[in-house]
Design a protein around this ligand. Structure first.
Ligand SMILES: Cc1cc2nc3c(=O)[nH]c(=O)nc-3n(C[C@H](O)[C@H](O)[C@H](O)COP(=O)(O)OP(=O)(O)OC[C@H]3O[C@@H](n4cnc5c(N)ncnc54)[C@H](O)[C@@H]3O)c2cc1C
Length: 407
């Protein structure tokens, strides 16, 4: 098979299968909540709001699940994007512990949601790796702080890492409870379940304008309009319509390769049932697929401008990722690269998303800026937004608000 540049592996998995498509919005509609963006976040929110008995319209510019979910490596993580100690330094021990507790709860919630929509995640132990003395020291320090806070995780020294994962020359934290899934299939399944619960879903229906009305909002698309009490913005990051918020995010492009199938190698490598990420900044992340390929991601860089620069960046990143994979697992040199693609994501200064209201945008709720582990946060966000919509927020929801402040 020739290397497929630019096309995520996941989109090929649904090729030839009947995918449910949704109509374009071509009328006026009254609902309780309009959701802009049918990525993993928008589809999860649509399902959770519809299950709560609310009338939902979900509006997607392109097609359901073609955003970052199709590009994702879908490591479903209980650990936020930043070290525990970094969150302690920023927010203090009590808040850092709450963030971790919520993130773990979010993952449990996500796994059960995926089971309910018949796209179960595969539970996969996780290995957080470091290859240099500084990274190893950071991991040891982080694990000690996690233990003091009551969280688990086991240190693997060089010998233990080799025994458990077949990797030489590193130190790692091993943790239980994380999972992996096919992110494109999962997003389609969430949308389908939301539709079954009564959510109205529209593709090719870009939101061009949101206007406040007396008691709600009017959300306009080129051929129709939705009147709602509230609008949820789930577009991944601040689109030009919310330019004043864009300074809150830094945009990066991240890259992923998928190797050829390697069932024999997977059986031979003791780490074939694990997922990994490393302690470099930015980090690399990798996992196995159900059909025995390695998905290896990272090599993040600033967003290239123009087609030529974009292609050059993809080629460069593909080489970087292959080299890095071979350093970790020399036996993978015999594998070919069959897919290489890129995806855009928004990171925030503390690695946490912004979820909730913003004082300059009445009747709007936001769920934006997940960085590299947004799938767990998507469920957490949907629960927070539902509580806020119903006027029953919890104190802990403020941790993800636009007005949060570090110490
Ligand atoms: C390469 C890559 C690897 C990743 N790996 C992981 C991982 O291992 N684990 C993990 O948890 N997360 C990972 N992520 C992040 C994760 O994929 C996302 O956080 C998650 O899918 C949630 O995305 P979202 O729904 O918020 O945004 P998106 O999936 O980007 O969805 C936003 C949607 O909004 C639509 N939209 C935008 N503007 C409008 C408009 N005006 N009107 C209507 N619709 C609009 C877009 O078309 C899009 O469909 C990765 C991301 C990338 C790019």
């Amino acid at each position: 098979m020739r290397l497929r540049y630019g096309s995520p592996f996941w989109l090929d998995q649904t090729k030839g299968r009947a995918i449910r498509r949704y109509p374009q919005l071509r009328r006026e509609l009254d609902v309780d909540v309009a959701i802009v963006g049918a990525g993993f976040t928008g589809c999860t929110a649509a399902l959770i709001f519809a299950e709560a008995g609310l009338r939902v319209a979900l509006l997607e510019r392109l097609q359901v699940g073609r955003g970052s979910a199709a590009a994702s490596t879908a490591l479903l993580m209980q650990e936020p994007d930043r070290f525990f100690t970094e969150l302690v330094d920023r927010y203090g021990m009590a808040t850092a512990r709450t963030i971790w507790r919520l993130s773990r709860r979010g993952l449990r919630d996500l796994k059960s949601l995926l089971r309910r929509v018949q796209c179960p995640a595969r539970v996969t132990p996780a290995v957080h790796l470091a290859f240099d003395p500084r990274g190893a020291r950071d991991l040891r320090r982080d694990l000690a702080a996690r233990h003091r806070a009551g969280f688990g995780g086991r240190l693997l020294d060089g010998a233990a890492l080799h025994r458990r994962a077949g990797i030489e020359g590193g130190t790692a934290i091993l943790s239980a409870g994380n999972a992996v899934v096919d992110p494109h299939r999962a997003t389609l399944a969430l949308a389908h379940a939301a539709a079954r619960q009564g959510a109205r879903i529209f593709e090719r229906s870009e939101t061009t304008r949101v206007t406040q009305t007396g008691d709600g909002v009017r959300v306009s698309t080129p051929h129709g309009r939705v009147r709602a009490h509230r609008v949820i913005i789930a577009t991944g990051f601040a689109t030009p319509a919310f330019k004043p918020l864009s300074a809150r995010f830094s945009m990066a492009t991240t890259y992923v390769i998928a190797t050829s199938r390697a069932p024999a190698l997977r059986r031979q490598l003791v780490g074939g049932n694990l997922m990994f990420w490393d302690a470099e900044r930015p980090y690399h992340y990798f996992r196995w697929t159900d059909d025995d390929r390695i998905l290896f991601g990272g090599s993040d860089r600033s967003v290239p401008r123009g087609r030529r620069a974009r292609r050059a960046a993809l080629l460069g990143a593909t080489d970087d990722l292959r080299r890095k994979l071979s350093q970790i697992y020399p036996a993978t040199e015999e594998l070919t690269t069959e897919y290489a693609w890129e995806g855009l994501f928004a990171t925030t200064p503390d690695g946490l998303p912004y979820v909730g209201a913003h004082r300059h945008y009445p009747r709007h709720l936001f769920a934006l800026g997940y960085g590299g582990n947004g799938m767990t946060f998507a469920v957490l966000a949907a629960r927070i937004l539902l509580r806020q919509y119903l006027g029953r927020p919890r104190d802990e929801d403020a941790i993800f608000s636009f007005s949060r402040q570090s110490r």
